[in-house]
Design a binder for this molecule. Structure first.
Ligand SMILES: [Zn+2]
Length: 218
């Protein structure tokens, strides 16, 4: 299977994670964050969650701290843009995106999927591509009521232990979400298992991403 070596043989200096809401980065790519930190502990990881309140900020900061444990350098930004209103707050969110450049030029950017039907996720995706014009961008997926799961084309195989760590972080750090019918261990395990099937993952699990374009360096 094709392996994308986005670092061209060197470690990425800076990796940027973008999420509209507290728990998005964690759900979409929590296991990949763990793998990246394990493989590149010296990389600067920049984590930006765009909307929150007091409770949810505490939750996502606790989750980020656990997923980023082992990183020698990390920056966690949790903003207060109003959830569900991103299309109407575009200018101020765009201004925030511009400030992200002061944290280093990211070698890789992870963001929401372009076809995600949640309006906040979609705006986050659009501003990612609008702001980072010469960057390697991977788009993660979030299962939801709207039924917008697509056919991803990039996979990160993860071990059962790594997936278990991710799910423990989700279940332990986000008590405010436990009343949501979809916020359950089996949701997170099910999608990882499906993506594991699609990528022939050795231990059966994977997280999946959409890569809209890539450069083949020959
Ligand atoms: Zn979200």
């Amino acid at each position: 299977m094709l392996e994308l070596d986005f670092s061209r043989g060197r470690r990425p200096e800076t990796v940027l994670f973008l999420g509209a809401h507290c728990d998005d980065i964690e759900i979409g790519m929590g296991a990949t964050v763990i793998r990246l930190v394990e493989r590149y502990p010296e990389t600067h990881f920049v984590w930006a969650t765009l909307s929150s309140d007091d409770v949810r900020e505490r939750e996502t900061r606790a989750a980020a701290a656990r997923l980023l444990a082992g990183a020698q350098r990390s920056t966690v930004l949790v903003e207060r843009f109003k959830g569900s209103y991103f299309p109407y707050e575009g200018a101020s969110i765009k201004s925030f995106f511009e400030t992200l450049k002061q944290h280093g030029n990211p070698d890789v950017v992870f963001t929401h999927y372009r076809q995600d039907l949640h309006q906040d996720h979609r705006i986050t995706n659009e501003l990612t591509w609008n702001t980072f014009r010469n960057h390697c961008i991977f788009e993660y997926e979030i299962p939801k009521y709207d039924g917008d799961i697509g056919i991803p084309n990039v996979f990160v195989p993860v071990s059962r232990a790594c997936l278990t760590r991710k799910i423990e972080v989700l279940m332990e750090c986000f008590p405010s979400q436990h009343d949501k019918q979809w916020f359950t261990r089996d949701t997170f395990e099910a999608i990882a298992r499906l993506r594991g099937i699609e990528s022939n993952a050795a231990e059966g699990f994977a997280e999946a991403f959409h890569c809209r374009k890539a450069v083949l360096g020959l």
